[in-house]
Design a protein around this ligand. Structure first.
Ligand SMILES: Cc1cc2nc3c(=O)[nH]c(=O)nc-3n(C[C@H](O)[C@H](O)[C@H](O)COP(=O)(O)O)c2cc1C
Length: 114
């Protein structure tokens, strides 16, 4: 039985992530490859170089990116977040996806080139 909770990233404590078992992140890319402002605090903490590689090994995750394929760094933060979660031991629950505001259906194939 799931009891999902929804948070903006700036209302979410990074420490709580260490005890989660499943997260679905929805993340846009702004400023030509930068994280959205609401993600900055969490992203800085996740990028600390001294985090152990098994920190998130209890975590299953997937990421849905929001972006615009007119930009060279399409859904960049979704790609980077996926890579960072995996480098900290988290397991991808299913293929991540990229939403493209240019696309007629608003969604493209969930294939990443990482
Ligand atoms: C200034 C600006 C820069 C953007 N840069 C990128 C980018 O580098 N890559 C990308 O995929 N989308 C980019 N986008 C598109 C946004 O990711 C897209 O509009 C998204 O839906 C914004 O969601 P938000 O306003 O909820 O953060 C950019 C949009 C703006 C306005």
């Amino acid at each position: 039985m799931f009891n999902p909770e929804f948070f903006s990233m700036d209302d979410y404590s990074t420490e709580d992530l260490f005890s989660e078992t499943l997260v679905i992140c929805i993340v846009s890319t702004t400023g030509s490859g930068l994280e959205p402002r609401a993600m900055t605090m969490l992203w800085k903490k996740l990028l600390l170089s001294d985090l152990p590689p098994d920190l998130l090994d209890n975590l299953c995750f997937t990421v849905f990116g929001l972006g615009n394929s007119a930009y060279e760094r399409f859904c960049w933060l979704a790609k980077r977040l996926t890579r960072r979660f995996e480098s900290l031991g988290a397991v991808r629950l299913c293929e991540c996806a990229e939403g493209d505001e240019q696309h007629i259906l608003g969604f493209v194939s969930p294939k990443f080139v990482l």
